[in-house]
Structure formats: C-alpha cells, structure tokens
Design a binder for this molecule. Structure first.
Ligand code: SAM
Length: 213
C-alpha cells in the first residue's frame, strides 16, 4: 500500500492511545479485560486504512476487533475511520505481525482475517507470505481450537499457494470461492483493495480455513 509521510501521524498516535495501543505486548492474555467484556476477539492482520475493521465492528457490535498494521502513515488513517464510525469495539496495534505469540495468549482469538495480504510472488520471499507455515503455526496457538482464518485476495498465485499451505497444515477448507462478488453475501464488508480491484473487473477469491477441534 502506498505510504505518504503524514506530519499529523505522531500527534494522532499520542492523542489516541485508547485506540492505537502503545506497548501492546503488555496486554498478552488480557485483551478481553482491556475491552471490558467477554465478547470474542477477531483479529485482522494488515488492516490498511481501516474500512473493513470499521465496517465489521459496526455490523458486529458484540465482537471485539483488533487490527494490526505495520505502517504508521496507514494505521492513523484506520484510526480516523474507526473514530468516524464511533466504534468502541476496535483496538489497533502499530506492530509487525511477526510475533503474534508475543501479543496474544493461546486461544485468545476466535477468527483471523487476512485481507489482500502482500503476495510476495518471488519464491525466495515465500516465508514472508502470511499463509507460510510459520505464520500458520502462530495462528494455531493464538486461535481457539476450532478457530478460522478467513482469506480474501485478488491474487490468484497467493490464493493457490494459501489453499495448499492450509491444506498441508491440516486445516479444513470451507466456502472456497473464485468470484466472491458473483454470489450474494450481504454480510461481506469490502476492504479498500477489494473495492479497487473489483471496480477493475478482477475476481475476488475467498476461503475460510478452520483448525480442527
Ligand atoms: N487489508 C487492506 C485492504 O484490503 O485494503 C490493505 C491491504 S495492503 C496490500 C497490505 C497491508 O498490510 C499494508 O497496509 C501493509 O502495511 C500491511 N502489512 C504487511 N505486512 C504486515 C505485517 N507483517 N504486519 C502488519 N501489517 C502488515
């Protein structure tokens, strides 16, 4: 995603520590306490500008959402979107998703979303793909025993790779679609990338992959 320097980003982070959480590693195992309820926690990795998480949080007020985004200039845009939507069931973490086991205790998350993740098409970069087996190993820990990974992408190569990776890891594939927008799913919340690619006529791939109980 294109990043532009945003002079207001540091001020936004300082002024919104209740939304974009400083020192999130301190909260491992205590996220529900932090939300102040015992609602399930859904996690999005690579939240981008926040359209999905803000929309999902509005559609599902009884779910707590956590979004992880690496880029400062982008997470502040997600923060603005969540504030605009007036949601209190969203927290954002300005961190790299590399150490999820440092952020979350075993079984702390019930659903994990990967939306239009960077495809890293070169073979030598395969280990950076968010569906590489080392990431799946982390997801297995932080997700509840029957937890799901929900993947959406426009990238055929990443989708094919991910289906194989999920399957080799023993996850059950569900609702695999090669053209999400050809089916009626009134609950689908579009991401920024999804809007952009589908406007160009590109099909959107989606699947749910469930760890076994
Ligand atoms: N999910 C959004 C959407 O669908 O519109 C953004 C998609 S964009 C291609 C991928 C996003 O993931 C970027 O904002 C990038 O900064 C973020 N990202 C990539 N690797 C990440 C990582 N290891 N940890 C956290 N965020 C990451």
């Amino acid at each position: 995603m294109r990043q532009r320097h945003k002079p207001w980003a540091d001020d936004f982070l300082k002024e919104n520590t209740n939304l974009i959480i400083p020192n999130p590693y301190d909260k491992k195992g205590k996220w529900q306490d932090y939300f102040g309820n015992d609602n399930p926690i859904h996690l999005e990795i690579g939240t981008g500008k926040g359209q999905f998480i803000a929309g999902m949080a509005t559609q599902h007020p009884d779910v707590n959402f956590i979004g992880i985004e690496l880029a400062k200039s982008i997470i502040v845009m997600a923060g603005s979107k969540v504030k605009e939507a007036g949601r209190d069931n969203v927290l954002l973490l300005h961190v790299d998703a590399a150490d999820l086991n440092g952020l979350f205790a075993d079984n702390e998350i019930s659903t994990l979303y990967l939306n239009f993740s960077d495809p890293w098409p070169k073979k030598r970069h395969a280990k950076r793909r968010l569906t590489f087996h080392t990431f799946l190993e982390q997801y297995r820990h932080i997700l509840q025993p029957d937890g799901e990974v929900v993947l959406k992408t426009d990238n055929q190569g990443l989708f094919e790779y991910s289906l194989v990776s999920f399957s080799q890891f023993g996850l059950a594939l569900k609702d695999v679609t090669l053209d999400l927008h050809s089916i009626e799913d009134p609950e689908n919340v579009m991401t920024e990338y999804e809007e952009r690619f589908s406007a160009k006529g590109q099909p959107i791939y989606r699947c749910r992959a469930q760890f076994s109980q």
